[in-house]
Design a protein around this ligand. Structure first.
Ligand SMILES: O=C(O)[C@@H](CO)OP(=O)(O)O
Length: 250
């Protein structure tokens, strides 16, 4: 018989100001919009209503994920739990597209190239130039990365840089029976879901994660999801929000 380990809860940050402006964001450290803050509060309410109270938090190094977790945990009265943060949970680096408008990019390059850059598994956008306005050169939080600082990433690159953190830091918390909240981003969470559910390279292109709605995964002893795809704490809101993400740029 398989024995359940701790519970994993994935939370994509609430709407950011750049989500609202329809700009490619990636590693640019933009804040939550007011709507995003409200989504984070709702996320916290959903956690509390479900009695799904995190014991530990893992976040990226970006304030939209950090603020979302802080707000949600405050609402759920779990603001005091231990926290670890790591660049490996960051959003996919969007290369030279960072700061560009999605609609204008779609119009300039066409549907096929736009979707290849947004959702193909292994085609990264063009690299960002050294010293570019929306690059991360010289950002102290990435100092230890040195030459490893990404200049662009495809989802395959995100899977490769995320899995070492999953194995070394998140899995031990799950094996200890903890309820683990991972507050991160659309594409870093798509990378994690791909790994957990064994989603193919083709199918992951069509999988989108909504902002601010906790996604619960109960895992068995082999860390396989008991319910494939997990369970959104508000499935109706999730379905609507997933369509909105898929249609960005239009
Ligand atoms: O801009 C980004 O960083 C991401 C997430 O907001 O966008 P997309 O959904 O187009 O990958």
């Amino acid at each position: 018989m398989t024995k359940a380990v701790g519970t994993l809860v994935l939370l994509r940050h609430g709407e950011s100001t750049w989500n609202a402006e329809n700009l490619f964001t990636g590693w640019v450290d933009v804040p939550l919009s007011e709507k995003g803050q409200a989504e984070a509060r709702r996320g916290g309410e959903l956690l509390a209503e479900a009695g799904l109270l995190p014991d530990v938090l893992h976040t990226s190094l970006l304030r939209r994920a950090i603020s979302t977790a802080n707000i949600a945990l405050d609402v759920a009265d779990r603001h005091w739990i231990p926290v670890r943060r790591d660049w490996r949970l960051n959003e996919r680096h969007y290369g030279a597209l960072q700061g560009k408008n999605k609609k204008q990019t779609l119009e300039a390059y066409g549907e096929e190239r736009f979707m290849l850059w947004r959702r193909s598994y292994d085609t990264p956008p063009p690299e960002i130039e050294p010293g570019a306005e929306y690059g991360q050169d010289g950002d102290p939080r990435y100092a230890e990365l040195g030459d490893e600082l990404p200049r662009t990433e495809c989802l395959k690159d995100v899977v490769a840089r995320l899995l070492p953190y999953w194995e070394s830091s998140i899995v031990p918390d799950l094996r200890a029976g903890r309820t683990v909240l991972v507050a991160a981003h659309g594409n870093s969470l798509r990378a994690l879901v791909k790994h957990l559910d064994g989603v193919s390279d083709e199918v992951i292109a069509k999988l989108n994660i909504p902002t601010g709605i906790p996604l619960r995964y109960d895992l068995d002893e082999q860390l396989m999801p008991v319910v494939p795809g997990g369970t959104y704490l508000d499935p109706d809101a999730a379905a609507e929000a997933i369509d909105a993400v898929a249609n960005q740029g239009r």
